[in-house]
Design a protein. Structure first.
Length: 148
């Protein structure tokens, strides 16, 4: 059985001082400002590229597959306009990003391995209300071993 929900819950359970972590059901897409800094699923593209490869032959109950999928997250650090310039927060934002990165690499989810974590360059993200935030996007690629 694939573990999308388990992966989202495990990532939401990460603890980094000063950062809130959200799973698919624990945030409102119109309330980003209350939660920053926040690391949350990118709902526009939460599950990205995916592929599967059969690892062993046999009947459906005995063969195994490796499923590789990428989950997209967004890290919002500060509301645009709350500081004079991005340089005012760059160092602290990078420090938090590093702590999140390390926590992702240490995740232990049964039958799931994180194989790659990719961060974007600094971006400005707009919420549905038109508020803009400084942050990053983050893609977390996993491999799951599945008995189909």
């Amino acid at each position: 059985m694939l573990k999308s929900k388990d992966i989202a819950i495990a990532i939401a359970a990460i603890s980094v001082t000063g950062v809130k972590f959200k799973d698919l059901s624990s945030f409102s897409d119109a309330a980003y400002g209350r939660d920053i800094p926040v690391f949350m699923p990118n709902l526009e593209n939460w599950i990205g590229s995916s592929n599967s490869t059969m690892q062993t032959f046999g009947t459906a109950s005995t063969r195994f597959w490796i499923i590789e999928r990428t989950f997209s997250y967004v890290y919002l650090y500060e509301k645009v306009g709350a500081v004079r310039t991005l340089s005012d927060i760059s160092s602290a934002m990078a420090d938090s990003m590093d702590l999140i990165w390390e926590a992702l690499l240490e995740l232990d989810i049964p039958e799931v391995d994180i194989t790659n974590v990719t961060w974007s360059k600094s971006v400005t993200v707009e919420d549905p209300s038109g508020n803009q935030f400084y942050g990053f996007t983050c893609d977390v690629t996993v491999k799951e071993r599945v008995n189909a």
